[in-house]
Design a protein around this ligand. Structure first.
Ligand SMILES: *Cc1c(COP(=O)(O)O)cnc(C)c1O
Length: 489
């Protein structure tokens, strides 16, 4: 623990009798001439910290500086797009016509909000090449669950009760099998080829009349474009199953390729990765789900519908599989997404993919002499190294990741995907400029040099973070999980 960076809790800063607000001390009785019933009055004072205003401001400002985010430094976390989200879109959500809306307001008073909802559905349908979208789900995994429930409803409607399996490639994001299980399916894993793409022979051997769907990510989790999609789509459809697209990270695709045209039947998008909601802070997010024509009626309730006179209503369809959200979902996220799409326009949206891809390939090529590249490039928006090429000094991916923290960079995704032992998965996104990429490359090269010449330095990192290098075994076997334990260390 670095004592200089240790900041006390706000409760420890409390001094009896100190107060941060100066307001006239009227009692309820003085102000209203009425008395509160005894049963409603407080017996003992609230146990709040007693601090002056400046202490509160400094406490939270300093605490926030111990946090790492895209606004403080480069965050090349693969698989979970951590890109810059323009602040103007936050300002849109705070506007007087939007922030105070309540979901229980009569529909006639929220026509503008419903228009935002409907316009975003249409924009996403255009981007995804799908017939219809729902914005209701709250996250990517929630979208997967919703999409799979749509598939289930469709298959049951066709009378196909025997389709109980969902096929998931071994490189898939962990939420894929988890969501399939939540939706009541049995999960069957599909192997990858050495180049990281789906093994089509293995897939064919697993396709039969017990399969409901194949879930795919493209570009996949190792950053490779699945070139055999037309063939895969044909095989899946001939077997009577549906094709699900995990579009959590749509950066490399925007305006360039559309899942609907590749033959996907159902997809989800993470607005909190690609469409201007910060991701990684625990929410709120949104995982809209799109479907091809014919599947719309199974989408979750409620739906926003347009009446012939142009007004909007909220409807409940009879064939829907049910509800996944109270109301219509996380509205603030929709406002940011639509603002992002409209401010960029199709012209600039189409630059996102090529720039994200260029940035990833720039780093890949600048580091592949020092880091092991198991799947040769070019990659799409992200790629995976299998640790250092020179592993003779015992420096691991974990050591490299921790070392990066001392240079002010967030670590890439590590030990995922599980296809390699020392996975180091890098996604720079389209937001970063050349100087930042060059600085990251220089630091990664420095760490590789240190790993060869001064391995103990790398193995002891990080040295500058609020919590430095805990003993990993003790941290796992005997973790300190309460604040008081930490204080008494
Ligand atoms: C992030 C991600 C998910 C899950 O999204 P959540 O919003 O975290 O539930 C699913 N698939 C892929 C490929 C992802 O990157």
């Amino acid at each position: 623990m670095n004592k200089n960076l240790y900041s006390p809790l706000i409760f420890e800063l409390s001094q009896a009798g100190r107060c941060g607000a100066s307001v006239p001390s009227y009692t309820y009785a003085e102000a209203t001439g009425k008395h509160l019933p005894d049963s409603l009055t407080r017996r003992a004072p609230l146990e709040l910290p007693q601090v002056d205003e400046l202490t509160v401001v400094r406490h939270y400002t300093n605490s926030s500086n111990n946090n790492f985010g895209v606004d403080t430094g480069f965050y090349p976390l693969g698989s979970c797009t951590m890109k810059y989200n323009p602040k103007i879109n936050e300002a849109m959500v705070g506007r007087a016509g939007i922030a105070p809306l309540h979901p229980l307001q009569p529909v006639s008073t929220v026509q503008g909000a419903l228009r935002i909802y409907r316009d975003l559905e249409k924009a996403l349908a255009e981007i995804g090449g799908m017939a219809e979208f729902t914005l209701n789900p709250f996250a990517g995994a929630h979208g997967e669950y919703t999409g799979l429930m749509v598939i289930r409803a469709c298959l049951l409607d066709r009378g196909e009760h025997g389709r109980r399996k969902v096929l998931v490639p071994d490189s898939a994001h962990g939420t894929n099998p988890a969501s399939a299980a939540m939706a009541g399916f049995e999960i069957v894993e599909v192997k990858s080829c050495p180049d990281g793409t789906v093994d089509v022979d293995d897939l064919r051997s697993k396709l039969d009349d017990t399969v409901a769907a194949l879930m795919m990510t493209n570009p996949n989790t190792v950053g490779m474009f699945e070139k055999r999609i037309p063939e895969i789509a044909k095989a899946v459809h001939e077997a009577g199953a549906l094709l699900y697209y995990d579009g959590a990270n749509l950066n490399p695709m925007l305006g360039i390729a559309r899942p609907g045209e590749m033959g996907f039947d159902v997809m989800h998008i993470n607005l909190h990765k690609t469409f201007s909601t910060p991701h990684g802070g625990g929410g709120p997010g949104a995982g809209p789900v799109g479907v091809r024509a014919g599947l719309e009626k199974y989408l979750p309730n409620p739906r926003v519908a347009e009446k012939p006179d142009g007004t909007l209503t909220v409807e409940f369809g009879a064939d829907s599989f049910g509800r996944v959200s109270a109301w219509l979902g996380n509205f603030s996220v929709f406002v940011k997404a639509l603002a992002y799409i409209l401010t960029l326009g199709s012209e600039n949206l189409m630059k996102v993919g090529p720039l994200a891809t260029l940035n990833a390939n720039y780093i890949l090529n600048a580091l592949k002499d020092l880091y092991e590249l198991p799947i040769p490039g070019p990659c799409k928006h992200e790629f995976v190294f299998d640790g250092l090429r020179d592993k003779s000094q015992g420096v691991t991916t974990m050591n490299v990741a921790k070392s990066l923290l001392d240079y002010g960079f967030h670590a890439p995704t590590i030990y995922f995907p599980l296809l390699f032992h020392e996975s180091l998965m890098i996604e720079p996104t389209e937001s970063e400029n050349l100087e930042t990429l060059d600085r990251f490359i220089a630091v990664m090269r420095q760490i590789a040099t240190d790993a060869a010449t001064n391995p103990d330095k790398v193995k002891g990192a990080p040295y500058t973070t609020p919590v430095t290098h805990p003993d990993e075994d003790t941290a796992a076997l005997n973790p300190i999980v309460t604040y008081t334990q930490l204080c008494h260390k």
